[in-house]
Design a protein around this ligand. Structure first.
Ligand code: PLP
Length: 401
């Protein structure tokens, strides 16, 4: 499948002035199939799991199909292992609240210094509420999680290891095998933040061996407003709900309160039906992709970008320099120039980048950096996008130095 063919499937590239879009780690462009599926709301809109009329049943069916598509996409053992949330942030908070409720003061949760704030702040809050001990895996100088430290940091009190599958700053992919093995040795659970991994798929939750896997639709070619928490079968049954309200209960009275079985127990209120249907369509499309070819093309662009950046003496890469075990998310500092200024000048040349601390302040503190400019590549990017960045950077250095 050529890049031109791929781009043809993304309405963004048919607009009058598509830019060199290299901010895919923040949000990817949306696939045509996701938009088409959501347009189905014209004839299939009603609340789900509430009413017996034909339209409501069709809507419930579409929502259930979306769950099944997402389950197939991550190779879940059953569709009911998939809970729809409003995004990765909500999925991670769900674990921090529901699983967190089963923890006691002194129990340990192990995270890493590479976490996005959405997998850092919920655990800080849990520590404030319950007195858990929060431990943080350090980073290697190139930003990879120092999994060699697992041996000393995973104790008998460890109940959960919650780490990112891939860093949204460095692009480094975590050695999940080492994390799962360390957790299993002490009977702890594993939560992976897959927000950055899914668009570079495929993800197989059964092979990964974790207990929880969180991600957002809008980073993997689907709509905003929906995300996923996959949980290994049997785990959710033993957890209390996070949000409460309609649709997640059994019996309710002043004296009685019982909860529905998962996934309903964790989907209080009207769920994001249209968005879930859009995500289901995006997931179905991703399952048709020739991933080996996608990886080959993305790696070639990554190499082109890293080689180009290495020619600038004042540019410092924040992340692994080799192509192994990393994804095409590339952050860099430019000595003496603020990342926002770099992004501004590049933005004027229609190169879409992001600058700052990328919701990962602990990572930048650990690496002794004040922030970085980030370019993140997706499967529809091409060499012209990378070259526009490199040309623009040369220009920015002239204007800003
Ligand atoms: N985790 C990682 C690694 C991310 O990069 C992001 C978003 O950038 C999130 C979690 C949160 O995703 P969302 O904002 O879609 O909830």
């Amino acid at each position: 499948m050529s890049i031109a063919e791929l781009r043809g499937q993304f309405p963004f590239y048919a607009t009058a002035n598509p830019c060199h879009y290299l901010d895919n780690a923040a949000t990817s462009q949306i696939h045509r199939q996701a938009l088409t599926a959501m347009a189905g709301q014209e004839s299939c809109r009603a609340n789900v799991h509430r009413s017996p009329y034909r339209l409501a049943e069709a809507s419930s069916h579409a929502y259930g199909e979306a769950r099944a598509q997402v389950a197939r996409f991550v190779n879940a053992a059953a569709a009911d292992e998939v809970v729809f949330t409003s995004g990765a942030t909500a999925a991670l908070n769900l674990v921090a609240y529901s699983f967190g409720e089963t923890l006691q003061a002194g129990d340990e949760v192990l995270i890493s210094a590479a976490e996005h704030h959405s997998n850092f702040v919920p655990w800080l809050r849990l520590r404030q509420r319950t007195g858990i001990r929060l431990r943080v895996l350090p980073l290697l100088p190139d930003g990879r999680i120092a999994t060699a430290s697992l041996a000393e940091m995973v104790t008998e009190r460890c109940r959960l290891i919650a780490v990112t599958h891939c860093s949204n700053v460095t692009g480094a992919v975590t050695d999940v095998h080492a994390v799962v093995a360390a957790a299993r040795a002490v009977g702890a659970k594993v939560l992976l933040d897959g927000a950055q991994q899914v668009q570079h798929g495929p993800v197989d939750v059964q092979k990964l061996g974790a207990d929880f896997y969180a991600f957002s639709s809008h980073k993997c070619f689907g709509p905003t407003g929906v995300g996923v928490l996959w949980t290994r079968g049997g785990v959710l049954e033993r957890l209390p709900p996070f949000l409460t309200g309609g649709g997640m209960v059994g019996l309710v009275s002043l004296e009685t309160l019982s909860f529905a079985s998962p996934p309903a127990r964790f989907e209080a209120g009207t769920p994001p039906v249209a968005q879930a249907v859009g995500l289901g369509a995006a997931a179905a499309w991703m399952m048709t992709l020739p991933w080996a070819e996608v990886h080959r093309v993305e790696s070639a662009l990554l190499a082109r970008l890293l080689d180009g950046l290495a020619t600038f003496p004042t540019v410092r890469l924040i992340g692994p320099a080799d192509l192994e075990a990393r994804l095409p998310i590339v952050s860099f500092e430019v000595r003496g120039i603020h990342p926002h200024d770099v992004c501004q000048v590049l933005g004027e040349r229609e190169v879409a980048l992001r600058g700052g601390n990328h919701c990962a302040q602990p990572l930048f503190a650990a690496l002794g950096s004040a922030g970085a400019t980030r370019a993140s590549i997706a499967l529809y990017n091409d060499a012209a996008d990378v070259d526009a960045l490199l040309d623009g950077l040369e220009h920015a250095l002239k204007v800003l130095s």
